[in-house]
Design a protein around this ligand. Sequence first.
Ligand SMILES: Nc1ncnc2c1ncn2[C@@H]1O[C@H](COP(=O)(O)OP(=O)(O)OP(=O)(O)O)[C@@H](O)[C@H]1O
Length: 292
Amino acid sequence: MLEIDQLTRRFGDKVAVDAVSFDVPDGQLTGFVGGNGAGKTTTMRMIMGVLAAHGGEVRWQGDPVTAADRRGFGYMPEERGLYPKQPIHDQLVYLARLQGRSASDASAAATALLDRFDLGERRTDKLESLSLGNQQRVQIAAAVIGEPDVLILDEPFSGLDPAAVDSMVEVLREYTVRGVPVLFSSHQLDLVERLCDGLVVLSRGRVVAQGTSEGLRRTGTTRHRLVVSGDAGWVRGLSGVTVVDVDGPSALLELTSATTDEVLAEALRRGGVRELVEVTPSIADIYRKVTA
Ligand SMILES: Nc1ncnc2c1ncn2[C@@H]1O[C@H](COP(=O)(O)OP(=O)(O)OP(=O)(O)O)[C@@H](O)[C@H]1O
């Protein structure tokens, strides 16, 4: 398990990352979400040791992380870092050689990985000649070429279409299945909700929520959607109910003290009821609440 404990980083007077703590458990895909400037990239850079922390520590398997541990971490930096004008196979071989592999071993590993990513036929192509989706795949390949113990990926899905996201996730799942902890940042909440085993929400340099999608959703307020035959404006006069929204026949309600039976009885008294359902909050709702 990777443990982030009270990590702190300032830039001048600004505290960009403020005593941030969370775990990235083995074999889990952990999503790291937060708005622009929340501190995700700065946190990831400190995890990787490319930026010094001003406080706190990172632990790997219970001990403070060392430079040797970090050589076993696969990293996809925000600024990417591969050379646009170099053939992709050569770049992967170079990275594998940096990990201490022999030339033939490195070449075999690069070939196998490109084949796995359906890029075998493009192996001699320059990175810049590939589509954005394929470039991202090569960036992921670069992060995993060293058979990493941990994966830290900064916005790996940005700019990808849904099919490319799915194939990328399939690859990441291969690593979580082997027990590798994977941390990735994203602005795409729907994606994080769908993919992640756990998520950490950062706002202005602080962790404002963390847990499983399911657990976080349970912390939100459950609402009810009522759809009636006529206009639902009358719900504004109901006691024990907070009206979140009314749109023609449809109303979104929070039942503060009224029961669903009471709301249903009143709706039936006023005409037909088409629907009365419980609406659990989405991760986007929770996110808006905790970052407000
Ligand atoms: N090298 C730096 N010098 C000065 N300020 C910096 C530096 N790097 C980051 N910051 C500031 O630290 C804060 C956190 O930035 P960071 O890039 O970590 O956020 P982020 O969550 O990754 O944002 P985004 O989603 O936009 O990439 C921001 O206010 C940013 O301007």
